[in-house]
Write a protein of this length. Structure first.
Ligand SMILES: Nc1ncnc2c1ncn2[C@@H]1O[C@H](COP(=O)(O)OP(=O)(O)OP(=O)(O)O)[C@@H](O)[C@H]1O
Ligand SMILES: [Mg+2]
Length: 356
């Protein structure tokens, strides 16, 4: 019997739970002429969700993570590479006659994938325009292409003015759908909500919540039953209390609990034992992290650990606390759901244990 929980990579099939309404919503947007912008904290399940939606629609999709893109030229060649994965050379070669700079295309014997390269001196704007034009050409009304650009906020780091250039091209394109994903909420909001931004109101904005409690409880319970038996539900509830239904951390903790129950036959304090193991595995990382926080950051994190609202601290100026919260949110250590909370329940536990 293999571990029924999975964390860290895209989840599909039996590892994916709930999100039925969100899936329906994405499908509706993709069937329309509109584009979708999905903004969320890290590891809420963005990529898994949109990949599932694309597969469900049986439409071709291209997924590119902009975190892995270094320059405009790199963006052009990575887009082409993805197109070559989706369509046969026979199908696209006649669509490439418009290319002003012909790329060198070769098969990589190691990865058996396709490599695309350009002369280093090529004008990168031309390369990008040509690649984007090809994207539009390969899409057909029967099989409309979905282009998923993950970690889209990185667009601002790749090259100056790239946002404007891309927007100019994208707004002229027809017959394909874009899904733009991002995990840095402040930057994504800046890109799509600031009036002067080229991407202002480019598409339908969507925020993903955590997975609903009851669904996650059933999901955990069902998978624990064969190894834990009648205590499954209690264990599942303990897990959700700690992770507050965060998709990634719930799966991580559930996975560890399952391992302990199955292979070490631990019966009592299962969840606590699992938390101790995970937290101690990260001890060094947390230590390194902690020393980097400034005094105000530490105070905010400690208040959150105690379950307090840091903004209610009367000894400190609200504006100072607020800017610390904003900074910690930008870096991803704090997320805002119904309230502010520490993103990582294991970091929270570590801070609590150290009583720093
Ligand atoms: N629908 C789901 N059901 C169960 N677990 C899920 C679901 N969606 C996500 N997860 C859990 O969260 C993890 C992260 O999912 P995914 O990589 O799709 O999120 P993401 O928001 O794209 O993350 P990142 O910010 O790292 O790009 C998965 O590996 C899985 O453990
Ligand atoms: Mg992702």
């Amino acid at each position: 019997m293999r571990n029924p929980f999975k964390f860290g990579t895209i989840v599909e099939n039996e590892f994916f739970t709930d999100r039925t309404q969100e899936l329906q919503y994405i499908v509706r947007v993709m069937e329309s002429e509109n584009h979708l912008i999905l903004i969320n904290p890290r590891r809420f399940g963005k990529t898994s969700l949109v990949v599932k939606a694309a597969k469900q629609m049986e439409r071709p999709y291209l997924l590119l993570n902009l975190q892995n893109v270094i320059t405009t030229q790199d963006l052009a060649s990575k887009l082409l590479k993805e197109i070559f994965k989706l369509y046969t050379w026979e199908k696209i070669k006649h669509l490439m006659t418009h290319f002003r700079i012909v790329p060198t295309i070769s098969t990589n014997p190691v990865t058996s994938g396709i490599d695309v390269s350009f002369q280093p001196t090529s004008d990168s704007n031309v390369l990008l325009e040509d690649a984007m034009a090809l994207i539009e050409k390969v899409s057909t009304p029967e099989r409309r292409l979905i282009v998923i650009l993950d970690e889209f906020q990185e667009i601002m780091q790749i090259a100056k003015g790239l946002d404007k250039q891309l927007r100019t091209i994208m707004q002229m394109q027809q017959g394909l759908s874009y899904i733009l994903l991002g995990s840095q909420e402040s930057m994504m909001t800046e890109i799509f909500e600031r009036k002067k931004s080229p991407f202002y109101h480019f598409g339908t904005l969507m925020h993903l919540n955590k997975i609903p409690y009851q669904d996650f409880l059933d999901y955990l319970n069902e998978r624990f039953s064969p190894v834990i038996g009648e205590k499954s539900e209690t264990v599942a509830k303990e897990i959700l209390l700690l992770t507050n239904c965060h998709p990634y951390y719930t799966q991580q903790l559930a996975s560890q609990v399952w391992e302990l129950a199955k292979y070490e036959e631990i019966k009592d304090n299962l969840v606590n034992e699992a938390v101790v193991r995970i937290t101690s595995n990260h001890d060094l990382d947390f230590e390194r992290l902690w020393v980097k926080f400034n005094r105000m950051d530490k105070q905010v994190l400690q208040a959150l650990c105690r379950g307090e609202n840091p903004l209610q601290n009367r000894q400190l100026a609200t504006s100072t606390i607020y800017s610390a919260i904003k900074r910690l949110m930008r870096m991803g250590y704090i997320i805002r759901t119904e309230k502010y909370e520490i993103e990582d329940p294991f970091l929270k536990r570590w801070i609590n244990d150290k009583q720093l």
